[in-house]
Design a protein around this ligand. Structure first.
Ligand code: NAD
Length: 351
């Protein structure tokens, strides 16, 4: 893989690398695009097979953040950071490690603002905050707003309401059957939102406790994690890992709408075409799951819970616009979402 070639194809941007001998930190900050404002995106802290895989991951994720911010009408560009987790990572030195990362982020002068992602915690954001103000989602004691998952779940609910309006001309979700794959932070929050609106829930998770919580609190039915996508339902909501819609699962879907918070649900773009051919409405993930980003972006300019709620509610309008335009143009919804963003940033669609 020639990373410079990949960077050109992805329309980058800058990629910063940083090492800190004392703590063993090796971090990458990928800043994809600053057209609409400073880049916001989380910091991932996981193991990688090699350095190139980590840089590529940071680049791919950073580009995704550009698209997410732009479709959500936020004045921000897209960036993401990756810290390669050492196999022998010493948890007792975690604070200092993330402080060193904070100093790196500070050196970028505010073009990139970091936040929580896979493998990092709200406490890590507090450590980063010791060295820089360019971090969001730390604890309230450090001036942050903590875990944005409930806002993400609320936004997904609004997007599902838009999809139901589009598909069935319905103004409510009462009585609809929704299958949720993964009931962790966001999936659980989504289950709660949908239960309150009168939906019937079927849930799957590899964590039995997470499933049981939904059974106890929302009367959810249980499905095995490897077959939840096959459940006959109105809406299938992937809320675990990426790639839920792939060559194996797509032919087996028995739903009218795919709409969930998981990032990168389509294994490949062509799966958006295949969903359209099957007359299944696909709600583009990055437009649907932007509630968390809306929350931290507002934190950056002075937090105001009402504004966050109002902007997250507007995910309804964003989704309806995408679905209606896709319908009018006869195109897959994922392509239409990309085009809306690209027209805004580059003045024309890239495909
Ligand atoms: P999480 O780790 O809290 O929850 C994920 C859940 O999925 C866990 O309970 C896990 O046990 C379960 N899971 C893992 N593999 C599974 C499988 N094969 N089948 C069924 N369940 C499985 O993560 P989260 O924060 O809830 O995020 C969920 C998804 O939403 C991720 O793709 C994430 O990138 C995306 N997302 C999250 C946010 C946010 O605010 N947290 C924002 C935008 C997007």
């Amino acid at each position: 893989m020639d990373l410079l070639d990949v960077a050109k194809k992805m329309h980058f941007g800058d990629i910063h690398l940083h090492t800190d001998v004392e703590t063993g930190l090796f971090a990458i900050a990928a800043v994809h695009d600053l057209t609409l404002g400073p880049a916001i995106g989380g910091c991932r802290f996981v193991e990688y097979p090699d350095t190139n895989a980590a840089i590529y991951d940071a680049m791919r994720l950073a580009r995704g953040m550009t698209y997410k911010a732009a479709i959500s009408k936020l004045p921000h560009g897209g960036g993401k950071s990756v810290i390669i987790r050492p196999a022998d990572f010493d948890e007792s030195k975690r604070d200092k490690f993330f402080e060193a990362f904070g100093a790196f982020i500070d050196s970028l002068g505010g073009q990139y603002i970091t936040a929580k992602d896979s493998g990092t915690t709200v406490a890590d954001m507090d450590s980063i905050h010791q060295k820089t103000d360019y971090v969001l989602g730390s604890t309230p004691e450090e001036g942050g707003t903590g875990d944005p998952s409930p806002l993400t779940a609320f936004g997904v609910r609004r997007g599902i309401e838009a999809a139901a309006k589009f598909k069935w001309d319905r103004d409510d979700l009462e009585g609809l059957k929704v299958a949720i794959q993964g009931v962790g932070s966001v999936g659980y929050g989504l289950a709660r939102e949908l239960h309150e609106l009168g939906c019937t829930l079927v849930v799957a998770d590899i964590n039995e406790e997470a499933v049981q919580r939904c059974v106890d609190e929302f009367g959810a039915l249980i499905a095995p994690p490897d077959t939840i996508h096959r459940i006959e339902c109105d809406i299938y909501a992937p809320a675990a890992l990426g790639g839920a819609i792939n060559d194996e699962t797509l032919p087996e879907l028995q739903c009218d709408i795919v709409a969930g918070p998981a990032n990168n649900q389509l294994s490949e773009d062509r799966h958006g075409v295949a969903l359209r051919e099957r007359q299944i409405v696909y709600v583009p993930d990055y437009a649907l799951n932007a509630g968390g980003l809306i929350n931290v972006a507002q934190e950056h300019r002075g937090y105001d819970a009402q504004t966050v709620r109002r902007k997250t509610e507007a995910i309804f309008d964003t989704i309806l616009e995408i679905l209606e335009r896709a319908d009018a143009d006869g195109l897959p919804t994922n392509l239409v979402a990309d085009r809306i963003v690209e027209e805004k940033i580059y003045g024309h669609a890239l495909r």
